[in-house]
Design a protein around this ligand. Structure first.
Ligand SMILES: [Zn+2]
Length: 173
């Protein structure tokens, strides 16, 4: 697992348009640093330019459902993938065609809600940090590892949702 996390860390980063909220979540689950348009501060007007500029300045790959944006970004030399399907698993498949080495194993690197970095909750912190989060099943505390988002404080653990995600991703392999 540590090896996968290191590899993901050193590879590609993304910026996604407003149509790709679900895909952004999945990319974060797979460990990829992904900025989602709806979370970028600023006006909606000129958003296309903002996304293209972000991609260019931060060497991110722009993912968009918008053919015109894809064409104009590509003309500017921005790395860009025009995503054609509306279904998230199909979108991951499309990405796989462009990036064959895309990691398809969920990793505890990034918060799927905010793209913040996760860190492991230490055993001695568990009581304080976990008890105040009502969505963490108390029966799990002490039974498994937990991670916390450095930015928003969301807690993650490898429960049944984790196994479900792995199953869905397996179908892509
Ligand atoms: Zn977060």
């Amino acid at each position: 697992m540590v090896i996968i996390e290191k590899e993901v860390e050193e590879t590609i980063r993304f910026v996604t348009d407003r149509m790709l909220g679900k895909l952004s979540t999945w990319l974060r689950i797979l460990g990829y640093d992904t900025i989602y348009a709806a979370e970028v501060k600023g006006e909606c007007v000129g958003e296309d330019e903002t996304l293209a500029a972000l991609a260019e300045h931060e060497a991110r790959i722009l993912l968009t459902r918008d053919k015109i944006l894809a064409a104009s970004a590509t003309r500017k030399g921005v790395q860009c993938v025009h995503i054609k399907t509306g279904v998230v698993m199909g979108q991951l498949k499309e990405l796989l065609r462009h990036y064959q080495n895309l990691n398809l194993e969920p990793v505890s690197i990034r918060c799927s809600l905010c793209n913040g970095r996760l860190r492991k909750v230490r055993e001695e912190e568990e009581e304080d940090i976990l008890r105040e989060k009502s969505y963490v099943p108390t029966s799990m505390i002490g039974e498994c590892d937990f991670w916390i988002c450095n930015r928003c404080g969301r807690i993650y653990w490898k429960g049944s949702h984790w196994r479900n995600m792995r199953e869905r991703l397996k179908e892509l392999q």
